[in-house]
Design a protein around this ligand. Structure first.
Ligand SMILES: [Zn+2]
Length: 311
């Protein structure tokens, strides 16, 4: 079966300034490594369309979508960057990038549901999991994964989807959007305390939050995932699985202090894929979130994709 790989050149046009870790080179590093390892040939490369406002409205307050969209289009026209929070900067290329990032997630969801691929990875930026219903923060503008999950439920008629978030940071935005939506089970693991300092107390009954202290390494994280994620996922039996695939829990990543290595990302992806095969017809849409050490990011994405593309 095929793994689709969604991206778009516009995702490189979003530039938050010299020295910002969420930089266009992240996508170049991934592409270069996939080419060098020959993994590219195992993928179905697809160009991300622009998201539709109707889809963004499924996860965000309509007024937020309109106001952020207007602001980003003004900035695209006048070229004057504007900080939305201390580290989330809108610049000339931001509007096109956010629309391609969310559009990739929705298109990947349609492709997986329609069966033109078995699973899909969206190599996009900006990331999305800190974007709440009505606030851009933490490098995120629209919540790509939450938009796609709601599209699967509200537009495509699925009844239950799981969102799995293994980024080093808590996915506060996704939690804000899907808390107490019984059609969604969200499971996550993240360093705590660490930005955005939320997640220790789940916001909804449909959340499995696993906060872990700094310097936790792969073996303990694997054990915590087995103890906390697998039974609830099995019981929930999702029809489709969305992954907030952040690779900043890697031991070489300076934005967090966890100790995962490439083999841990292989293991985590294998566990998720087993749930998908058992309950979801193999349907997985994985979207890039964090990951800021360029080498570690590229190798970890490759590890993730090797499992997704395996027979
Ligand atoms: Zn992160």
């Amino acid at each position: 079966m095929t793994t689709a790989f969604y991206s778009h050149p516009d995702c490189r046009g979003h530039d938050m300034g010299e020295g910002h870790p969420e930089c266009p080179e992240r996508l170049d590093a991934i592409d270069d490594h996939l080419l060098a390892t020959g993994l590219t040939t195992a993928l179905s490369l697809r160009e991300a369309p622009m998201a539709k406002v109707d889809d963004l409205d499924l996860a965000h307050e309509s007024r937020y979508v309109t106001e952020l969209g207007d602001a980003l289009q003004r900035i695209a026209a006048d070229g004057r960057p504007r900080a939305l929070d201390a580290d989330t900067i809108a610049a000339a290329g931001t509007w096109a990038a956010v629309m391609r990032a969310a559009g990739a997630a929705v298109a990947a969801t349609d492709a997986v549901i329609d069966g033109t691929c078995e699973n899909a990875f969206c190599a996009v930026r900006p990331p999305g999991h800190h974007a709440t219903r009505a606030q851009a923060m933490g490098f995120c503008f629209f919540n790509n994964v939450a938009v796609a999950a709601r599209h699967a439920l509200d537009v495509r008629g699925l009844k239950r989807v799981a969102i799995i978030d293994f980024d080093v940071h808590h996915g506060n935005g996704t939690e804000d959007i899907v808390a107490n939506d019984d059609r969604v089970l969200m499971v996550s693991i993240f360093q705590h305390p660490l930005y955005p300092y939320s997640g220790a107390v789940p916001l909804g009954t449909n959340m499995v939050n696993v906060p872990v202290p700094p310097y936790t390494r792969g073996p303990q994280i694997r054990a915590l995932i087995e103890e906390n994620w697998l039974a609830p996922l099995d019981e929930f039996a999702p029809e489709m699985i969305f992954i907030s695939a952040g690779f900043d829990a890697h031991r070489d990543d300076e934005l967090g202090q966890l100790g995962l290595v490439e083999a841990d990302y292989t293991w985590i992806t294998e566990k998720i894929k087993a749930v998908a095969v058992k309950h979801s017809g193999g349907r997985i849409v994985s979207c890039l979130e964090g990951g800021y050490n360029l080498g570690a990011l590229a190798r970890s994405v490759a590890a993730h994709l090797r499992v997704l593309t395996a027979a």
